[in-house]
Design a binder for this molecule. Structure first.
Ligand SMILES: *Cc1c(COP(=O)(O)O)cnc(C)c1O
Length: 443
């Protein structure tokens, strides 16, 4: 098979006729609760390009929601996963183990923050990792309460829906949710009433006061936070917030969990976003970027905490599937070999420079934020901070029509987020930004 050309190409309307035909079949056969950002049906993807059934080639600013950081057909991922497929597809690690699982856990111990003794357990999805982090923290502390934050996102299973902040589309009508989940403020600098410089100190003080007064620190098993909040709008908690919360957890025997499912594995220009303020989480949940697109997730953390559940208390039929583990080894090899942390930082440099110059022209860009290749703009009504979800949707639509796949997010639906594969060529990155700029002129 020839390599996928790294060029944008729009040869039909988007979606084109073949995609529309498939969409009609899909509508008849697939439950309508499962959405798609852009119903173009994919034939191939790799580097910074997604090719569809009509022969269009889209610039990928989404990476399948921060998953394919190494691209959607990275050589080492394909090679290692293919070799593993030939050897065996499954035994169940809980029945007869295999080396790949152990190797992934060894790499997680090496790459996650802190030099303490670490252990890991592997699962299939991010939500499953978060669920297991809660199980482990409860077993270790013998406490029940779980503290989460405004704008947080942790998944779609019952427990993780309850932990997620946003009602629509994640929770509406799906309750009742699991008990003992408590939500406290996060330092959202752009929207903090007394300004971003005060947000870190004030929000952490408020959060800690709420925990003490409403929950009781001695009842809290875990505090779980995304070091850069993903679905909530790429919110980087203002400086000082994360260290204050981590210290509070430490002082009160609470397990501090960093949910790095979206922010991990080079996405923010560091192996893990926690490193930015020198945070050493007790537990860290990973998924998305870990395995180049194959389903794999992990909980990694202090050996004594990870070993708290009784033998047989953790696991699952498919958790740490051998093909997914082989893919993870290929993805991590690629991250190291291509120095994808440096690539992510370069993407930030290029994007922020362009977005800043757009902000001077278009005053609906209220905020530009994020780190590495996890960058977003928050759109507002001119001259205010009132959210502008209509402009956000219109911009996304205009980009899609021109063959640039962008995603939206945010509690108010007014954040355009950019998550290109870290291996995207700089020409594609720049072209995608050119198209975004034209879209602004049209909105
Ligand atoms: C995507 C995500 C999850 C859920 O992962 P799934 O694999 O979709 O279950 C949890 N936490 C964060 C921060 C995420 O971005």
């Amino acid at each position: 098979m020839t390599a996928l050309p790294q060029e944008r190409r729009v040869v039909t309307a988007i979606p084109g006729p073949k995609s529309q035909e498939l969409q009609a079949r899909r509508t008849a056969a697939v439950a309508s609760g499962v959405g798609s950002v852009l119903p173009v049906f994919t034939t191939r993807a790799g580097g910074g390009i997604i090719e569809d059934v009509d022969g269009n080639r889209l610039i990928d600013f989404g990476s399948g929601i921060a998953v394919t950081s190494v691209g959607s057909s990275a050589e080492a991922v394909v090679r290692r996963a293919s070799a593993q497929l030939q050897d065996f597809t499954h035994t169940c690690f809980m029945v007869t183990p295999y080396e790949g699982y152990v190797e992934v856990c060894e790499l997680l111990a090496e790459l996650t923050p802190g030099d303490h003794a670490k252990k890991s357990a592997l699962f299939n999805s991010g939500a499953e990792a978060v669920e297991n982090a809660v199980k482990i923290a409860r077993a270790y502390t013998k406490r029940q309460a779980v503290v989460v934050f405004d704008h947080g996102y942790h998944g779609r299973t019952n427990l993780t829906m309850g932990m997620t902040a946003k009602n629509m589309p994640y929770k509406n009508g799906f309750g009742p949710f699991a008990p003992e989940i408590y939500r406290v403020p996060v330092a959202y600098g752009y929207r903090w009433p007394t300004g971003p410089d005060n947000a870190g100190a004030e929000a952490s003080a408020q959060a800690i006061d709420m925990i003490n007064k409403q929950v009781g620190a001695e009842n809290v098993a875990a505090i779980i936070i995304e070091p850069v909040l993903g679905e909530g709008g790429f919110i980087e908690p203002a400086k000082g917030f994360l260290p204050a919360i981590a210290q509070f957890a430490k002082d009160n025997g609470i397990v501090f969990v960093a949910d790095e499912i979206q922010s991990g594995f080079c996405r923010t220009g560091q192996w893990f976003a926690s490193e930015d303020e020198g945070i050493v989480p007790d537990l860290i949940t990973t998924a998305k970027g870990i395995a180049g697109g194959l389903p794999l997730a992990a909980v990694t953390g202090r050996a004594e905490i990870m070993d708290a559940p009784h033998s047989g208390g953790l696991g699952g039929t498919y958790g740490g599937n051998p093909v997914a583990c082989a893919a993870a080894l290929g993805a991590i090899e690629t991250m190291k070999e291509l120095d994808l942390n440096a690539k992510a930082k370069r993407i930030e440099e290029v994007m922020k420079a362009r977005l800043s110059s757009m902000q001077e022209k278009f005053d609906i860009i209220g905020d530009i934020r994020g780190r590495g290749a996890m960058i977003a703009i928050e759109l507002v009504q001119s001259g205010t901070k009132d959210p502008n979800p209509a402009a956000t949707a219109a911009l996304a639509k205009a980009c899609h029509a021109e063959g640039v796949l962008v995603l939206t997010c945010g509690t108010y639906g007014n954040v355009l987020r950019f998550l290109p594969p870290l291996v995207i060529g700089e020409d594609l990155l720049t072209e995608g930004l050119d198209i975004l700029e034209q879209a602004f002129a049209g909105v």
